[in-house]
Design a protein around this ligand. Structure first.
Ligand code: FE2
Length: 310
């Protein structure tokens, strides 16, 4: 249990919250209608090399009508003005939703939510405090004109792939930083039933999420799914040093580590094969040994996850 002074980073701010019915009421943007393939990239975390890999894989997708959405936390390690601007410029060329990182960066100063991760109690205070200090450092490099643009990003989007409604969120059906779509939560049948009801309330059959940093493709029954890509910009399994992103499409994927076919659509986790060496040089140049990000993330970046960090 965290001490009261460590609530920053564990709080779920009121403005993070929404209802599945709000998602049902949102329009599906014309660019996200009638898709053959939807790519959803969550948790890029400023990994420029992973961004390059995602864009190469996406451009190679032969689907005639496709779209790419960054569903939040595309910034995080990019605590350098030029690096940050580079990531932002590429995200601006596509559709995007806000993650907790962008939501906190959009504020005038670092707020009571800290990093906005809404970490559960089983994440250590030390990890939470490191994340709060990372957001402080990142906050200092955000150009003034970018803050309102981040604030204007939606918290969720609707898409339609092969006639099927997809809800694109950062966290879950109720909160931008919700953990109901985590790998751990979806092991429980009660949680899967609740997620299916949330799909119905949101008028979608599939939720594409991220935030929890660990991937899962969960069959909720009756053609309903949650697909959580884990992280595009960090390893997602021990010894597998690549990121993952989500593809939902009417055609079978190439380059997938996991694929489920529900009769109408293929839901896959696509490998994001970035240059680990180049990425590590970039990361360590900004976050040397002893820095907060190095302390919290260097093991995951070099070896893969063995504990919950995000
Ligand atoms: Fe997040």
């Amino acid at each position: 249990m965290s001490s009261p002074e460590n609530q920053a980073g564990r709080l779920c701010p009121i403005d993070y919250r929404y209802r599945p019915e709000d998602i049902a009421a949102a329009p599906t943007l014309p660019d996200l209608q009638g898709l053959d393939a939807l790519w959803v990239v969550g948790g890029l975390y400023g990994n420029r090399e992973a961004l390059d890999a995602v864009l190469i894989a996406y451009s190679a997708d032969p689907s005639p009508r496709k779209a790419l959405v960054f569903n939040g936390d595309f910034h995080w390690f990019d605590a350098d003005s030029g690096w940050f601007a580079d990531i932002q410029a590429e995200v601006d060329r596509h559709w995007a939703t806000r993650g907790n990182v962008e939501t906190e960066l959009a504020r005038q100063g670092v707020g009571a939510a800290g990093c906005g991760c809404a970490y559960p109690d089983d994440v250590s205070d030390d990890t939470v405090q490191c994340s709060n200090r990372i957001i402080e450092r990142l906050h200092a490099v955000v150009p003034k004109d970018v803050r309102p643009r981040l604030a204007a990003l939606p918290r969720f989007l609707r898409a339609e792939v092969g006639g099927v409604g997809v809800g694109i969120v950062h966290g879950d059906a109720h909160s931008l930083a919700g953990w109901r779509f985590s790998h751990e939560a979806l092991q429980d049948e009660v949680a899967r039933n609740a997620a299916r009801l949330a799909c119905d309330a949101a008028a979608v059959r599939i939720f594409a999420s991220s935030h929890t940093c660990m991937p899962v493709v969960s069959d909720l029954g009756a053609g309903h799914w949650v697909i959580n890509n884990g992280a595009a910009g960090m390893p997602n399994a021990l010894g597998a040093l690549h990121g993952l992103c989500t593809r939902i499409a009417t055609t079978a994927p190439t380059g997938a580590t996991q694929c489920r076919h529900d009769g109408a659509l293929y839901l896959s986790l696509q490998t994001v094969n970035y240059s680990v060496t180049q990425w590590w040089q970039r990361f360590e140049g900004c976050w040397p040994p002893g820095s907060d990000a190095f302390r919290s993330y260097s093991d995951r970046l070099r070896f893969g996850p063995n504990a919950r960090t995000c």
